[in-house]
Design a protein around this ligand. Sequence first.
Ligand code: ADP
Length: 399
Amino acid sequence: MNILVINCGSSSLKFQLINAESEKLIAKGLCERIGIEGSMLTYTPDGGAKEETVTPMANHTDAIRLVLDALTNEKTGVVKSLDEISAVGHRIVHGGEKFAASTVINEEVMAAITECNDLAPLHNPANLIGINACKELMPNTPMVAVFDTAFHQTMPEKAYMYGLPYEYYDKYKIRRYGFHGTSHSYVSKRAAEVLGKKYEDLKIIVCHLGNGASVSAVQNGKCVDTSMGLTPLEGLIMGTRSGDIDPAIIEFIAHKENKSIDEVMAVLNKKSGVLGLSDNLSSDFRDLETGYREGNPRAINTMETFSYRVAKYIGAYTAAMNGVDVICFTAGVGENSAFVRTMICSQYLGYLGIKLDEEANAKRGEEIAISTPDSSTTVMVIPTNEELAIARETYRLTK
Ligand code: ADP
């Protein structure tokens, strides 16, 4: 059974076709600049050459039509007909309080996702457009919604409430939701499997450090806290997002720079984080690492501020769970930067009895423990695979 996984953004669409039984990737790709001049489809069949096609895509339906054409193409396609695609799994960013688990998509589910649009105005409408486009082109293929927020719905009230008037929760459901849930769930489960321990017996902290970054505390198989909030802006310092700041800074900048709230929010989302902190050196950790090694003071300060924030969250979540057994690093930076992992673990986590195995820490792309066997807390690198997690959920609900 082949599952098409779709991650639909406002002008882009990532896809993977995965065989659900063998969990093998069959093909993957990306549509960029949908609805903008210069739209491009990148398509790579597993083991085959990457094809790039610049072709107009007026909307997401056009984009998905091109994806389906590529997958069924006589020469370079990977399936004979659309009948060989048994189900479609959609990544949905915000499920609000309505969705604590993945669900088969029907009219009622689509209406409920639409009701969450206010909570994720940049993401959910785009996700819905992707669902509608697939519905139009593959009307009889079952579809599943997998939510970024669902895994975090087990958080207790003390972790998800803000110190705001209760009426805002009542009226608008303002609370912590958390994101990257598919990744936090996948990585924490894999860590237990790799260690050969019961998921339900462990206290795990997952550090998902990518362009977007978040930390979560997973106790006995359930998420009990996470660093992103109502939106993905809270928590760690990210590629271009500020993470935690004093909320009064928003008013302060608005006055000083004569900016509207929307303009200040754009600064916090797109011009802050390690990009802003490094005085626009880069949002990419590879460049910052190079800058650090070359002695660039902005790069040094940025890397230290980033690592310090991660370490503080690890400390907070160790307190939240009254201990920690396993700390996992994942996503672009977490998986690839031994440098960042060393900065965090060696400087700040000695109190947890952690010693890094530098040889293991230098490896790439493996599910591996990077702490020494005598460390009282295990530190691991677990490469995330959100697409596979979505395919598994889709398979589970449609097989
Ligand atoms: P997202 O999915 O949030 O866009 P990713 O998880 O793909 O992000 O992470 C992207 C980031 O990973 C890049 O911005 C880059 O900073 C970082 N990254 C990728 N490779 C490396 C590397 N070898 N060393 C350090 N950082 C890396």
